[in-house]
Design a protein. Structure first.
Length: 226
């Protein structure tokens, strides 16, 4: 069995996350907590985990939420979970592998306990071209509904989501008109932060009660000569 390549695996699973509409930021956070522990132990077949430690790493406060997210990751094929009935012994987690080689196209992802799958060799130039195209597609949302769902998950309005989508759709999902966006979710979070800053600045501006829209004092004494 080939050793796990940290960068290749991480790139592979992040790419899979971007293609999976079911994955939320909480799922990503929990998976990366497991990945951190797996890396610390030099990528063994299984790792024994303590739920409190994992919840702390993933910034998850509710045990109910933790188990729900964990069950989702198991059901969707990201890892295998072997619960422990003994409170003194941690549960076992088996991490599935998601490496993507630069010059080979994988038939499927595979777990540590499985045999390495047969690989279909393709020419390097052909794969490189497809990789660039597919990478750009993966960095952009599939449609407006995906963006709306993400904004709602972040406690934002659907109107704000539509404004974000329409703006970047109109400029081809590029920054400064030339650089492709590599992570649209991060770009969306920056959009939200900027929107909050503008709103706070507007709220801090003192409202003038003595001037109307024609810049004339409302308490002007019209009995005085000009």
């Amino acid at each position: 069995m080939n050793a796990v390549n940290y960068i290749s695996h991480l790139n592979g699973v992040l790419r899979k996350f971007s293609e999976d509409d079911k994955i939320s930021s909480s799922h990503r956070s929990l998976y990366l907590a497991f990945f951190e522990l797996w890396n610390q132990k030099r990528f063994p077949k299984t790792i024994m985990v303590n739920s409190k430690q994992v919840m702390s790493l993933a910034k998850i406060r509710s045990r109910t939420t933790y188990h729900k997210l964990l069950q989702d990751l198991k059901t969707w094929g990201y890892l295998q979970y072997h619960p422990s009935n003994n409170p003194q012994i941690g549960s076992l987690i088996e991490m599935f592998r998601f490496e993507f080689l630069t010059d080979q196209k994988m038939d499927k992802t595979y777990s540590n306990s499985e045999q390495v799958p047969v690989q279909k060799l393709v020419s390097f130039n052909k794969h490189k071209g497809k990789h660039i195209i597919n990478s750009f597609k993966n960095t952009c949302p599939k449609n407006e509904q995906v963006v709306i769902a993400y904004f709602i998950e972040e406690k934002r309005s659907s109107i704000e989501a539509k404004k974000f989508f329409n703006f970047y759709e109109s400029i081809g999902w590029k920054l400064n008109g030339k650089n492709p966006i590599t992570n649209w979710q991060a770009c969306a979070r920056n959009w939200m932060i900027k929107a909050d800053e503008i709103k706070n600045e507007q709220n801090l501006k003192p409202a003038s009660h003595n001037w109307d829209h024609l810049h004339v004092r409302k308490n002007k004494d019209y009995g005085k000569p000009l």
